[in-house]
Design a protein around this ligand. Structure first.
Ligand SMILES: Cc1ncc(COP(=O)(O)O)c(C=O)c1O
Length: 407
Protein backbone atom coordinates (compact mmCIF):
# COMPACT_ATOMS: atom_id res chain seq x y z
CA UNK A 1 0.00 0.00 0.00
CA UNK A 2 1.32 3.40 -0.93
CA UNK A 3 2.11 5.66 2.02
CA UNK A 4 -0.47 8.44 2.08
CA UNK A 5 0.92 10.25 5.14
CA UNK A 6 2.29 12.94 2.82
CA UNK A 7 -0.89 13.04 0.74
CA UNK A 8 -3.96 12.47 2.84
CA UNK A 9 -6.32 12.99 -0.09
CA UNK A 10 -8.70 10.43 -1.49
CA UNK A 11 -6.87 10.18 -4.79
CA UNK A 12 -3.36 8.99 -5.32
CA UNK A 13 -3.43 7.22 -8.63
CA UNK A 14 -4.46 8.27 -12.09
CA UNK A 15 -7.61 10.23 -11.24
CA UNK A 16 -6.30 13.66 -12.29
CA UNK A 17 -4.65 12.33 -15.44
CA UNK A 18 -7.83 10.56 -16.53
CA UNK A 19 -10.06 13.55 -15.76
CA UNK A 20 -7.81 15.71 -17.93
CA UNK A 21 -8.17 13.16 -20.72
CA UNK A 22 -11.95 13.41 -20.48
CA UNK A 23 -11.77 17.21 -20.47
CA UNK A 24 -9.55 17.19 -23.53
CA UNK A 25 -11.91 14.90 -25.40
CA UNK A 26 -15.19 15.91 -26.99
CA UNK A 27 -16.96 13.08 -25.19
CA UNK A 28 -18.19 13.83 -21.69
CA UNK A 29 -21.16 11.45 -21.83
CA UNK A 30 -21.39 7.67 -21.88
CA UNK A 31 -23.39 7.98 -25.09
CA UNK A 32 -20.19 8.63 -27.03
CA UNK A 33 -17.19 8.36 -24.69
CA UNK A 34 -14.98 5.39 -23.94
CA UNK A 35 -14.44 5.69 -20.17
CA UNK A 36 -17.63 3.93 -19.13
CA UNK A 37 -16.79 1.20 -21.60
CA UNK A 38 -13.28 0.87 -20.17
CA UNK A 39 -14.52 0.87 -16.58
CA UNK A 40 -17.17 -1.74 -17.33
CA UNK A 41 -14.69 -4.06 -19.03
CA UNK A 42 -12.15 -3.79 -16.23
CA UNK A 43 -14.76 -4.12 -13.46
CA UNK A 44 -16.36 -7.19 -15.04
CA UNK A 45 -12.94 -8.82 -15.39
CA UNK A 46 -11.89 -8.06 -11.82
CA UNK A 47 -15.15 -9.32 -10.33
CA UNK A 48 -15.41 -12.38 -12.55
CA UNK A 49 -18.59 -11.46 -14.43
CA UNK A 50 -19.33 -11.43 -18.15
CA UNK A 51 -21.11 -8.08 -18.17
CA UNK A 52 -20.95 -4.81 -16.25
CA UNK A 53 -23.26 -1.82 -16.65
CA UNK A 54 -22.18 1.44 -15.00
CA UNK A 55 -24.84 3.81 -13.66
CA UNK A 56 -25.07 7.03 -11.68
CA UNK A 57 -25.73 5.41 -8.27
CA UNK A 58 -26.06 2.16 -6.40
CA UNK A 59 -29.78 2.86 -6.13
CA UNK A 60 -30.25 3.26 -9.89
CA UNK A 61 -28.51 -0.11 -10.27
CA UNK A 62 -30.88 -1.78 -7.78
CA UNK A 63 -33.93 -0.33 -9.52
CA UNK A 64 -32.72 -1.26 -13.00
CA UNK A 65 -31.79 -4.75 -11.76
CA UNK A 66 -35.24 -5.34 -10.28
CA UNK A 67 -36.99 -4.25 -13.45
CA UNK A 68 -34.66 -6.16 -15.75
CA UNK A 69 -35.41 -9.31 -13.73
CA UNK A 70 -39.09 -8.73 -14.40
CA UNK A 71 -40.12 -7.46 -10.96
CA UNK A 72 -43.21 -5.31 -11.30
CA UNK A 73 -46.49 -4.12 -9.77
CA UNK A 74 -47.66 -6.20 -6.82
CA UNK A 75 -44.64 -8.51 -6.72
CA UNK A 76 -42.92 -8.93 -3.38
CA UNK A 77 -39.20 -8.41 -2.84
CA UNK A 78 -37.50 -9.64 0.31
CA UNK A 79 -34.63 -7.62 1.77
CA UNK A 80 -33.05 -7.56 5.23
CA UNK A 81 -34.37 -5.42 8.07
CA UNK A 82 -30.92 -4.01 8.81
CA UNK A 83 -29.81 -2.03 5.78
CA UNK A 84 -30.14 1.35 4.13
CA UNK A 85 -33.51 2.57 2.85
CA UNK A 86 -32.49 2.14 -0.81
CA UNK A 87 -33.30 -1.57 -1.03
CA UNK A 88 -36.81 -0.58 0.01
CA UNK A 89 -37.16 2.49 -2.20
CA UNK A 90 -35.80 0.74 -5.30
CA UNK A 91 -38.41 -1.96 -4.69
CA UNK A 92 -41.19 0.62 -4.42
CA UNK A 93 -39.93 2.42 -7.53
CA UNK A 94 -40.53 -0.88 -9.34
CA UNK A 95 -44.08 -0.78 -7.89
CA UNK A 96 -43.29 -3.90 -5.90
CA UNK A 97 -43.86 -4.50 -2.20
CA UNK A 98 -40.92 -4.57 0.23
CA UNK A 99 -40.98 -7.54 2.59
CA UNK A 100 -38.46 -7.70 5.42
CA UNK A 101 -36.52 -10.72 6.63
CA UNK A 102 -34.88 -10.59 10.04
CA UNK A 103 -31.13 -10.77 10.57
CA UNK A 104 -28.66 -12.99 12.34
CA UNK A 105 -27.70 -11.28 15.62
CA UNK A 106 -23.98 -12.08 15.26
CA UNK A 107 -23.34 -11.35 11.58
CA UNK A 108 -26.08 -8.68 11.18
CA UNK A 109 -26.87 -10.13 7.73
CA UNK A 110 -30.14 -11.57 6.43
CA UNK A 111 -31.37 -14.77 8.11
CA UNK A 112 -32.12 -17.35 5.38
CA UNK A 113 -34.66 -19.12 7.61
CA UNK A 114 -36.67 -15.94 7.93
CA UNK A 115 -36.39 -15.40 4.18
CA UNK A 116 -38.13 -18.72 3.63
CA UNK A 117 -40.80 -17.88 6.21
CA UNK A 118 -41.58 -14.62 4.36
CA UNK A 119 -42.10 -16.19 0.94
CA UNK A 120 -45.59 -16.00 -0.54
CA UNK A 121 -46.91 -16.73 -4.02
CA UNK A 122 -46.18 -13.08 -4.86
CA UNK A 123 -42.49 -13.22 -3.98
CA UNK A 124 -40.32 -12.53 -7.01
CA UNK A 125 -36.87 -11.56 -5.75
CA UNK A 126 -34.50 -11.46 -2.80
CA UNK A 127 -31.97 -8.71 -2.19
CA UNK A 128 -29.38 -10.06 0.25
CA UNK A 129 -27.11 -7.24 1.46
CA UNK A 130 -23.42 -7.69 2.26
CA UNK A 131 -23.66 -5.46 5.28
CA UNK A 132 -20.49 -3.56 6.19
CA UNK A 133 -18.59 -5.78 3.74
CA UNK A 134 -19.66 -9.19 5.06
CA UNK A 135 -21.46 -11.52 2.65
CA UNK A 136 -24.66 -13.13 3.92
CA UNK A 137 -24.99 -16.91 4.07
CA UNK A 138 -25.57 -17.43 0.36
CA UNK A 139 -25.83 -21.23 0.09
CA UNK A 140 -29.25 -21.51 1.75
CA UNK A 141 -30.42 -18.31 0.06
CA UNK A 142 -29.59 -19.66 -3.39
CA UNK A 143 -31.22 -22.98 -2.48
CA UNK A 144 -34.41 -21.18 -1.45
CA UNK A 145 -34.30 -19.02 -4.60
CA UNK A 146 -34.06 -22.14 -6.78
CA UNK A 147 -36.84 -23.90 -4.88
CA UNK A 148 -39.28 -20.99 -5.30
CA UNK A 149 -37.93 -19.72 -8.64
CA UNK A 150 -36.83 -16.34 -7.32
CA UNK A 151 -34.27 -13.86 -8.60
CA UNK A 152 -31.36 -12.88 -6.34
CA UNK A 153 -29.76 -9.45 -6.50
CA UNK A 154 -26.65 -9.13 -4.38
CA UNK A 155 -26.49 -5.65 -2.87
CA UNK A 156 -22.73 -5.23 -2.67
CA UNK A 157 -22.70 -1.45 -2.31
CA UNK A 158 -20.58 -1.90 0.82
CA UNK A 159 -18.74 -4.99 -0.32
CA UNK A 160 -15.82 -5.06 -2.72
CA UNK A 161 -13.76 -8.23 -3.20
CA UNK A 162 -15.20 -10.11 -0.21
CA UNK A 163 -15.43 -13.86 -0.61
CA UNK A 164 -17.97 -16.45 0.49
CA UNK A 165 -16.70 -20.02 0.84
CA UNK A 166 -13.95 -19.36 -1.66
CA UNK A 167 -16.20 -17.59 -4.17
CA UNK A 168 -15.93 -13.92 -5.01
CA UNK A 169 -19.15 -12.09 -4.16
CA UNK A 170 -20.86 -10.58 -7.18
CA UNK A 171 -21.56 -13.65 -9.26
CA UNK A 172 -23.39 -15.76 -6.69
CA UNK A 173 -26.80 -14.23 -7.42
CA UNK A 174 -28.35 -13.37 -10.80
CA UNK A 175 -27.06 -9.82 -10.64
CA UNK A 176 -24.95 -7.77 -8.22
CA UNK A 177 -25.12 -4.07 -7.50
CA UNK A 178 -22.27 -1.82 -6.33
CA UNK A 179 -22.15 1.81 -5.25
CA UNK A 180 -19.38 4.34 -5.93
CA UNK A 181 -20.85 6.92 -3.53
CA UNK A 182 -18.41 9.06 -1.56
CA UNK A 183 -17.81 6.70 1.39
CA UNK A 184 -17.47 3.46 -0.55
CA UNK A 185 -14.26 1.43 -1.05
CA UNK A 186 -14.20 2.59 -4.66
CA UNK A 187 -15.62 6.05 -5.13
CA UNK A 188 -16.14 8.69 -7.78
CA UNK A 189 -18.46 10.89 -5.70
CA UNK A 190 -21.65 9.29 -6.97
CA UNK A 191 -21.98 6.22 -9.16
CA UNK A 192 -22.67 2.53 -9.28
CA UNK A 193 -22.31 -0.58 -11.38
CA UNK A 194 -24.29 -3.75 -12.02
CA UNK A 195 -22.64 -7.03 -12.90
CA UNK A 196 -24.15 -10.24 -14.22
CA UNK A 197 -23.33 -13.26 -16.37
CA UNK A 198 -26.66 -13.00 -18.18
CA UNK A 199 -26.62 -11.09 -21.45
CA UNK A 200 -30.35 -10.40 -21.48
CA UNK A 201 -30.40 -8.97 -17.92
CA UNK A 202 -27.42 -6.75 -18.75
CA UNK A 203 -28.97 -5.47 -21.97
CA UNK A 204 -32.35 -4.79 -20.35
CA UNK A 205 -30.78 -3.06 -17.34
CA UNK A 206 -28.71 -0.88 -19.65
CA UNK A 207 -31.80 0.10 -21.62
CA UNK A 208 -33.73 0.86 -18.44
CA UNK A 209 -30.87 3.10 -17.32
CA UNK A 210 -30.29 4.59 -20.78
CA UNK A 211 -33.62 6.04 -21.97
CA UNK A 212 -34.53 2.73 -23.55
CA UNK A 213 -32.40 3.30 -26.65
CA UNK A 214 -32.93 0.21 -28.76
CA UNK A 215 -29.32 -0.02 -29.95
CA UNK A 216 -27.92 -0.41 -26.43
CA UNK A 217 -26.40 -3.81 -25.86
CA UNK A 218 -25.18 -5.81 -22.87
CA UNK A 219 -21.60 -4.71 -23.61
CA UNK A 220 -22.24 -1.47 -25.48
CA UNK A 221 -23.41 1.74 -23.84
CA UNK A 222 -22.49 4.14 -26.63
CA UNK A 223 -25.66 4.94 -28.56
CA UNK A 224 -24.37 7.53 -30.98
CA UNK A 225 -21.73 5.50 -32.74
CA UNK A 226 -23.19 5.68 -36.23
CA UNK A 227 -24.10 9.31 -37.00
CA UNK A 228 -25.70 8.45 -40.35
CA UNK A 229 -28.26 6.26 -38.63
CA UNK A 230 -28.71 8.47 -35.58
CA UNK A 231 -29.23 11.70 -37.53
CA UNK A 232 -31.76 10.19 -39.91
CA UNK A 233 -35.29 11.57 -39.25
CA UNK A 234 -36.80 8.19 -39.96
CA UNK A 235 -34.76 6.46 -37.30
CA UNK A 236 -36.84 5.17 -34.35
CA UNK A 237 -34.70 5.10 -31.24
CA UNK A 238 -36.58 3.73 -28.25
CA UNK A 239 -38.01 0.28 -27.59
CA UNK A 240 -37.98 0.22 -23.77
CA UNK A 241 -39.28 2.53 -21.04
CA UNK A 242 -36.18 3.94 -19.44
CA UNK A 243 -34.71 6.57 -17.18
CA UNK A 244 -31.42 8.39 -17.42
CA UNK A 245 -29.18 6.51 -15.01
CA UNK A 246 -26.02 7.04 -17.02
CA UNK A 247 -22.69 7.72 -15.35
CA UNK A 248 -20.79 10.72 -16.72
CA UNK A 249 -17.43 10.10 -18.34
CA UNK A 250 -15.73 12.13 -15.57
CA UNK A 251 -17.10 9.85 -12.89
CA UNK A 252 -16.23 6.77 -14.93
CA UNK A 253 -12.65 8.01 -15.34
CA UNK A 254 -12.26 8.55 -11.58
CA UNK A 255 -13.84 5.18 -10.83
CA UNK A 256 -11.40 3.56 -13.28
CA UNK A 257 -8.42 5.11 -11.49
CA UNK A 258 -9.79 3.88 -8.17
CA UNK A 259 -10.42 0.41 -9.59
CA UNK A 260 -6.72 0.22 -10.46
CA UNK A 261 -5.93 0.26 -6.74
CA UNK A 262 -8.98 -1.52 -5.39
CA UNK A 263 -6.93 -4.25 -3.69
CA UNK A 264 -4.97 -1.65 -1.70
CA UNK A 265 -8.10 0.31 -0.87
CA UNK A 266 -9.85 -2.79 0.45
CA UNK A 267 -6.79 -4.11 2.29
CA UNK A 268 -6.35 -0.84 4.15
CA UNK A 269 -9.91 -1.07 5.48
CA UNK A 270 -9.37 -4.70 6.49
CA UNK A 271 -6.11 -3.85 8.29
CA UNK A 272 -7.69 -0.86 10.02
CA UNK A 273 -10.64 -2.96 11.19
CA UNK A 274 -8.27 -5.65 12.46
CA UNK A 275 -6.30 -3.34 14.74
CA UNK A 276 -9.53 -1.88 16.13
CA UNK A 277 -10.83 -5.38 16.80
CA UNK A 278 -7.59 -6.37 18.53
CA UNK A 279 -8.00 -3.46 20.92
CA UNK A 280 -11.66 -4.19 21.53
CA UNK A 281 -10.62 -7.51 23.07
CA UNK A 282 -9.60 -5.40 26.11
CA UNK A 283 -13.27 -5.16 27.07
CA UNK A 284 -16.36 -7.35 26.98
CA UNK A 285 -18.83 -4.76 25.71
CA UNK A 286 -17.66 -4.01 22.16
CA UNK A 287 -18.61 -7.08 20.13
CA UNK A 288 -17.53 -6.87 16.45
CA UNK A 289 -19.67 -8.23 13.64
CA UNK A 290 -18.84 -11.92 13.42
CA UNK A 291 -17.14 -13.07 10.22
CA UNK A 292 -17.93 -16.80 9.94
CA UNK A 293 -15.24 -19.28 8.92
CA UNK A 294 -14.91 -19.41 5.14
CA UNK A 295 -16.05 -15.79 4.63
CA UNK A 296 -13.97 -12.65 4.17
CA UNK A 297 -15.17 -9.20 5.17
CA UNK A 298 -13.99 -6.11 3.27
CA UNK A 299 -14.93 -3.88 6.22
CA UNK A 300 -16.63 -0.93 4.59
CA UNK A 301 -16.93 -0.01 8.23
CA UNK A 302 -16.35 -1.96 11.45
CA UNK A 303 -19.78 -2.79 12.84
CA UNK A 304 -19.85 -3.48 16.56
CA UNK A 305 -22.61 -4.23 19.07
CA UNK A 306 -22.19 -1.96 22.08
CA UNK A 307 -23.19 -3.53 25.41
CA UNK A 308 -21.55 -0.88 27.60
CA UNK A 309 -24.71 0.14 29.41
CA UNK A 310 -25.15 -3.36 30.82
CA UNK A 311 -21.40 -3.92 31.36
CA UNK A 312 -20.02 -0.62 32.73
CA UNK A 313 -23.09 1.63 33.05
CA UNK A 314 -22.07 3.91 30.14
CA UNK A 315 -24.67 4.75 27.50
CA UNK A 316 -24.07 4.51 23.73
CA UNK A 317 -24.04 8.31 23.48
CA UNK A 318 -21.68 8.72 26.47
CA UNK A 319 -19.20 6.24 25.02
CA UNK A 320 -19.26 7.98 21.64
CA UNK A 321 -18.68 11.38 23.31
CA UNK A 322 -15.85 10.00 25.47
CA UNK A 323 -14.08 8.65 22.36
CA UNK A 324 -14.55 11.87 20.38
CA UNK A 325 -13.48 14.08 23.31
CA UNK A 326 -10.30 12.02 23.64
CA UNK A 327 -9.51 12.67 19.94
CA UNK A 328 -11.23 9.67 18.36
CA UNK A 329 -13.39 9.81 15.25
CA UNK A 330 -17.15 10.08 15.17
CA UNK A 331 -18.96 6.78 15.58
CA UNK A 332 -22.03 6.30 13.41
CA UNK A 333 -25.12 4.50 14.60
CA UNK A 334 -26.91 2.10 12.27
CA UNK A 335 -29.82 3.41 10.20
CA UNK A 336 -33.27 2.81 11.67
CA UNK A 337 -34.82 -0.36 10.30
CA UNK A 338 -36.31 0.74 6.95
CA UNK A 339 -39.95 0.00 7.78
CA UNK A 340 -39.77 2.34 10.81
CA UNK A 341 -38.52 5.28 8.72
CA UNK A 342 -41.38 7.79 8.38
CA UNK A 343 -41.63 7.38 4.60
CA UNK A 344 -42.43 3.70 5.02
CA UNK A 345 -44.10 3.58 8.46
CA UNK A 346 -46.44 6.45 7.48
CA UNK A 347 -47.12 4.86 4.08
CA UNK A 348 -46.07 7.86 2.04
CA UNK A 349 -45.73 5.60 -1.01
CA UNK A 350 -49.35 4.40 -1.26
CA UNK A 351 -50.62 7.01 -3.72
CA UNK A 352 -48.12 6.05 -6.41
CA UNK A 353 -49.95 2.76 -6.95
CA UNK A 354 -52.97 2.45 -4.60
CA UNK A 355 -54.17 -0.91 -5.91
CA UNK A 356 -50.81 -2.42 -4.99
CA UNK A 357 -50.25 -0.68 -1.67
CA UNK A 358 -53.71 -0.17 -0.15
CA UNK A 359 -53.32 -3.10 2.25
CA UNK A 360 -49.57 -2.80 2.84
CA UNK A 361 -48.74 -1.78 6.43
CA UNK A 362 -45.61 -2.07 8.53
CA UNK A 363 -45.21 -1.92 12.29
CA UNK A 364 -42.52 -2.35 14.93
CA UNK A 365 -41.96 -5.93 16.01
CA UNK A 366 -41.84 -7.24 12.42
CA UNK A 367 -38.16 -8.20 12.70
CA UNK A 368 -37.33 -8.37 16.42
CA UNK A 369 -33.65 -9.29 16.08
CA UNK A 370 -32.90 -6.35 13.80
CA UNK A 371 -34.87 -4.01 16.05
CA UNK A 372 -32.86 -5.23 19.05
CA UNK A 373 -29.46 -5.00 17.35
CA UNK A 374 -29.95 -1.71 15.45
CA UNK A 375 -29.84 0.74 18.40
CA UNK A 376 -26.76 -1.01 19.82
CA UNK A 377 -24.66 -0.90 16.64
CA UNK A 378 -21.61 1.34 16.50
CA UNK A 379 -19.92 1.82 13.14
CA UNK A 380 -16.21 2.53 13.56
CA UNK A 381 -14.36 4.23 10.75
CA UNK A 382 -12.07 2.03 8.65
CA UNK A 383 -11.67 4.51 5.82
CA UNK A 384 -8.16 5.69 6.78
CA UNK A 385 -5.65 6.88 4.19
CA UNK A 386 -2.80 5.28 6.09
CA UNK A 387 -2.60 2.59 8.75
CA UNK A 388 -0.60 4.91 11.01
CA UNK A 389 -3.59 7.24 11.17
CA UNK A 390 -5.76 4.29 12.20
CA UNK A 391 -3.18 3.27 14.84
CA UNK A 392 -3.41 6.69 16.47
CA UNK A 393 -7.17 6.34 16.80
CA UNK A 394 -6.85 2.79 18.08
CA UNK A 395 -4.51 4.03 20.81
CA UNK A 396 -7.12 6.62 21.80
CA UNK A 397 -9.82 3.94 21.89
CA UNK A 398 -7.63 1.79 24.11
CA UNK A 399 -7.16 4.67 26.56
CA UNK A 400 -10.89 5.38 26.63
CA UNK A 401 -11.66 1.72 27.39
CA UNK A 402 -9.07 1.74 30.21
CA UNK A 403 -10.38 4.99 31.67
CA UNK A 404 -13.98 3.84 31.64
CA UNK A 405 -13.02 0.57 33.37
CA UNK A 406 -11.70 2.61 36.30
CA UNK A 407 -14.82 4.73 36.66
C1 LIG B 1 -26.12 -1.33 1.27
C2 LIG B 1 -26.36 -0.18 0.33
N1 LIG B 1 -27.20 -0.34 -0.69
C3 LIG B 1 -27.44 0.64 -1.57
C4 LIG B 1 -26.82 1.85 -1.45
C5 LIG B 1 -27.19 2.92 -2.43
O1 LIG B 1 -26.09 3.41 -3.12
P1 LIG B 1 -26.08 4.93 -3.66
O2 LIG B 1 -25.87 5.82 -2.48
O3 LIG B 1 -24.91 4.93 -4.60
O4 LIG B 1 -27.37 5.16 -4.34
C6 LIG B 1 -25.91 2.07 -0.42
C7 LIG B 1 -25.15 3.33 -0.29
O5 LIG B 1 -25.45 4.32 0.19
C8 LIG B 1 -25.67 1.04 0.52
O6 LIG B 1 -24.85 1.20 1.54
Amino acid sequence: MADQTENPSKYLGNELKYIKMVLDSENWSATTGNWNQTLEGAFAKKFGAKYAVSMNSGTSTLHAALESLGVGPGDEVISPALTVIMDTTATIHANAVPVYADINADTFTIDPKDVERKITDKTKAIIPVSLYGLPPDYDPIIKIAKKYDLAVIEDNAQCFLSTYKGRMTGTIGHMASYSFENTKHLSCGEGGILITNDEQYAETARKIGGHGFKNLKASEGRVRLNQDIFQNPNYKRHDTLGWNYRLSEFNAAIAMAQLERIEDLVQLRIDSAQIFMDTMKQCDYLIPQKTPKGYTNSYYTLGVVYNGLESIGVTWEEFRKAYINAGGDGIYGAWAVPYLEPVIAERKFVDRCPWVYQDVHYHSGLCPVAEHVQPRVMQFKTNYRDLNLARKKVEILSQVIEKLAKK
